[in-house]
Design a protein around this ligand. Structure first.
Ligand SMILES: *[C@@H]1O[C@H](CO)[C@@H](O)[C@H](O)[C@H]1NC(C)=O
Ligand SMILES: *[C@@H]1O[C@H](CO)[C@@H](O)[C@H](O)[C@H]1NC(C)=O
Ligand SMILES: *[C@@H]1O[C@H](CO)[C@@H](O)[C@H](O)[C@H]1NC(C)=O
Length: 492
């Protein structure tokens, strides 16, 4: 009896040891990542970034109404929209790109978002942006492109709810144009119109009217917006506006079916890009043209160079191209500092292209091999897995996801006690003394935010002062919304 039990015990121990060893070796494949949870959180993040009067159904409860008088100084109502990052400025150029990418995510992955019960939240995130953009576009050739001043805002560490900093509003118009800002906002309106059409056709057609007016404004009045809104120059300088004109024209063609919008395709395709970002939309345009070629709406013989340029970018990401993107030792694509925003756009492009290849039963060739839809999805998964914690530091770079994630996110609202818990105003400098300089986790978990992330050696320092790595921005998770919806269904 005794002997028998002992034998059983040792065989159980042997079993446990082998299981432990198996887990050690196969760790990655064994711990499955909950993409659905990451998706849900990514959309919560946009609620935490809301400016203005919050709706009754607001789920992020540590936030409250803020900046409700935005625009009053300029005699316009600019209440609403999103704070850009860890500060309290509303920067129009990255905001418009965020709305375009949230919309593209929703257009391509509508059914997957629905199956994850997140379509409503995605549409709300888009509409929170477009409701504001409508206010920011009071006349056909007038667009407000910034509220708040980066210099005075960044000199204070305050909750948005008790900001004491100036809230100037800056605009572009015919005398002070900005074709990049106007065209990106046109793209956002057109893409959002497509995304929201199934739920409200009246609203969608209103958005399309704004899109057409802004596109015309951008086409007739060239120039870089930071020459007009000089306060944006230090933070979000645009390097050119031809890419926005091209990208906006394709979104307008998709939303209207009017052939005249295809005239922009006579210009440059931009060649093979090194990234896709708030400043550079050529790759997005190339991929949309490829979709139209797959669908037979555009002639491959005439527009095929757009498709080839886009595919070469993807080849470079998959390490099968002529100019492969550098990878960190841990396997993350490394584009540039503030890196994760470029990784999320690249994974979106790969995931979307994988859908196109599947739908049209096709493949494409890279210098180093033929690409199947599953190669693209596996690549996207590898990058998302890294972001969500499969990396050398075993840290998730999405806040609130997994067991280890950045605790000292560089974010004013998240790092200061909620106004709903302690309503005593936090002053401009008081915020630095009481909260910024405190070596402790943020009191509010900014669920779903994605920080700029690790450096090219996979290193990351979880310090509030480390704004280069620890600050999240609204542009970063927008492409992930679609990718996560897809991965949640493909890898349960
Ligand atoms: C995400 O949220 C939806 C809707 O609230 C819910 O039905 C679903 O279970 C959540 N998914 C996960 C993985 O938490
Ligand atoms: C649809 O959009 C219009 C225009 O913004 C709005 O007046 C209307 O209330 C919306 N309808 C619904 C059902 O939300
Ligand atoms: C960064 O990572 C590299 C490689 O793992 C390591 O040698 C180096 O010491 C790290 N640097 C810092 C500052 O942690």
């Amino acid at each position: 009896m005794h002997f028998h039990t002992k034998a059983m015990l040792s065989s159980i121990i042997f079993g446990l040891v082998s299981l432990w060893f198996f887990l050690l070796v196969h760790g990655d494949g064994f711990t499955s990542i909950n993409y659905g949870e990451a998706l849900n959180k990514s959309l919560l993040y946009y609620e935490a970034q809301r400016s203005g009067k919050l709706p009754l159904q607001q789920r992020v409860q540590w936030r409250a109404n803020s900046a409700v008088s935005d625009g009053s100084e300029a005699g316009v109502d600019l209440e609403g929209g999103y704070y850009d990052a860890g500060d309290n400025v509303k920067f129009g150029f990255p905001l418009a790109f965020t709305i375009t990418m949230l919309s593209w995510s929703t257009i391509e992955f509508q059914s997957q978002l629905k199956d994850n019960n997140q379509l409503t939240y995605a549409l709300e995130a888009i509409q929170w942006g477009t409701d504001y953009l409508i206010k920011a576009h009071p006349e056909p050739h007038v667009l407000f492109g910034q509220v708040g001043d980066g210099d005075s805002d960044h000199a204070c560490w305050q909750r948005p709810e008790d900001m004491t900093t100036p809230r100037p509003a800056y605009k572009i118009d015919e005398d002070n144009p900005g074709a990049d800002l106007a065209a990106e906002t046109a793209a956002a309106f057109a893409a959002a119109s497509l995304a929201l059409k199934p739920t409200n056709e009246t609203y969608a057609s209103l958005l399309l009217t704004h899109a057409k007016q802004l596109f015309e404004f951008a086409s007739d009045h060239g120039g870089l917006y930071q020459n007009s809104i000089t306060k944006a120059a230090k933070f979000y300088s645009s390097s050119g506006y031809e890419d926005e004109l091209l990208w906006a024209s394709i979104w307008l063609f998709l939303a209207t079916d009017e052939e005249s919008y295809l005239d922009a395709l006579e210009g440059s395709s931009g060649g093979t890009r090194s990234r896709f970002s708030w400043d550079d939309k050529y790759l997005g345009a190339q991929v949309l043209v490829s979709k139209l070629i797959f669908e037979g709406a555009l002639d491959q013989d005439i527009y095929g160079h757009f498709k080839i340029d886009g595919e070469q970018f993807i080849c470079n990401c998959l390490q099968k191209g002529k100019n492969n993107v550098i990878k960190t030792p841990g396997g993350l694509l490394w584009f540039l500092s503030y890196n994760l925003q470029y990784v999320t756009t690249a994974t979106f492009i790969a995931t979307t292209y994988s859908e196109y290849l599947t739908t049209f039963s096709t493949t494409f060739d890279c210098p180093d091999g033929t690409i199947q839809p599953n190669d693209l999805l596996a690549f996207a998964k590898s990058q998302v897995d890294y972001i969500l914690g499969s990396n050398p530091r075993s840290t998730s770079y999405m806040v609130g996801f997994g067991s280890t994630y950045p605790n000292q996110v560089h974010h004013r609202g998240a790092s200061i006690v909620s106004i709903n818990i302690n309503p005593a105003p936090v002053s401009c400098q008081g915020g630095y003394d009481l909260y910024f300089n405190k070596d402790a986790p943020n009191p509010n978990v900014l669920d779903g935010a994605v920080v700029s992330g690790p450096d090219e050696n996979d290193n990351y320092s979880d310090l509030r002062s480390n704004y280069e790595q620890a600050e999240p921005t609204t542009v970063t998770p927008a492409p992930l919304v679609g990718v996560l919806a897809k991965l949640a269904l493909s890898f349960k």
